[in-house]
Write a protein that binds this ligand. Structure first.
Ligand code: LER
Ligand code: MN
Length: 273
């Protein structure tokens, strides 16, 4: 298992559970703290300098663990289930571009479908899910060459009404070869009967993990049992990233420090052996 944290490639984000600030400073700190990778939330994939990002990651020796996309929804209303066809097409173009960037920058090649799935907006859930499937199929068709894995993330009811629980997401992961589940421990504490058992339920379909406490602070600053979470992940044979997506309080430095320390307490003996 490897450890990352989520960084927002935009200062004026409305998403609170990310690290913001100078990329150099943060990559430097994350390297010093022992992080293996960084997950970057990119608001607009048409607006980034891929070469510059690539050389920065190389310079600090951190991997790109995944590209997350929630800021495209929060900044531009990008939604794969938007009721306007034009907007859906725009969203599909965004995801094809995310996929292209991911395939050049990351050996893992994961793109998150989080908030950018959108919301029901008055439609029956079945209809919104059908629209999501249609958009997803178009994205998959157009990204065969990039080979990207799309991570569908169950998100709690206060942020979306499409795919809240692990069960909701398993169906999609079963259906599509390049779709896996992103477990977010914070959302799981709100939606799943037991966040620990949900790991066993999602099992082989898990492609990626977001780690935060029940209060969305860093692992170690809340009520979750991280030993049990890691134990369960290992039991199902999970070998990917745990990416800390937590509110940077009391400061992002402290959040990053406490987060990796808590996870390493249960991972370290295994990582070193
Ligand atoms: C949103 O709450 C979240 O967890 C993000 O990973 C979604 O883009
Ligand atoms: Mn998340």
């Amino acid at each position: 298992l490897r450890i990352a944290a989520v960084y927002a490639l935009s200062e004026e984000t409305k998403f609170e559970a990310v690290v913001k600030g100078s990329l150099d400073k943060i990559l430097n700190l994350m390297r010093d703290l022992g992080y293996d990778g960084i997950e970057i939330n990119i608001p607009n994939p048409f607006n980034i300098d891929v070469n510059q990002l690539s050389s920065k990651l190389n310079e600090y020796g951190l991997e790109l663990s995944a590209i997350s996309t929630g800021l495209s929804y929060l900044s531009y209303g990008i939604s794969l289930t938007h009721s306007s066809k034009d907007m859906r097409e725009k969203a599909i173009k965004f995801f094809i571009k995310y996929s292209e960037i991911s395939s050049t920058l990351s050996k893992y090649n994961y793109v998150v479908i989080g908030l950018a799935r959108g919301k029901c907006e008055g439609r029956p859930k079945s209809e919104a899910l059908k629209t999501l499937r249609e958009s997803l199929e178009k994205i998959l068709e157009n990204t065969e060459d990039y080979g990207t894995i799309f991570l569908i993330e169950p998100i709690n009811r206060y942020e979306t009404d499409i795919i809240n629980t692990i069960e909701d997401s398993i169906q999609l992961a079963r259906e599509y070869r390049r779709v896996k589940i992103l477990l977010d421990t914070y959302h799981m504490t709100i939606e799943d009967v037991s966040p620990y058992n949900a790991i066993l339920k999602a099992g082989e379909y898990i492609g990626y993990v977001h780690a935060a406490e029940n209060n969305r602070l860093a692992p170690g600053m809340g009520m979750l049992n991280w030993e049990l979470i890691i134990c369960r992940l290992l039991r199902i044979g999970y070998q990917g990233y745990i990416s800390i997506e937590a509110i940077p309080k009391p400061s992002y430095e402290e959040m990053l420090r406490v987060g990796i320390k808590t996870l390493n307490q249960y991972l370290k003996p295994r990582r070193d052996s």
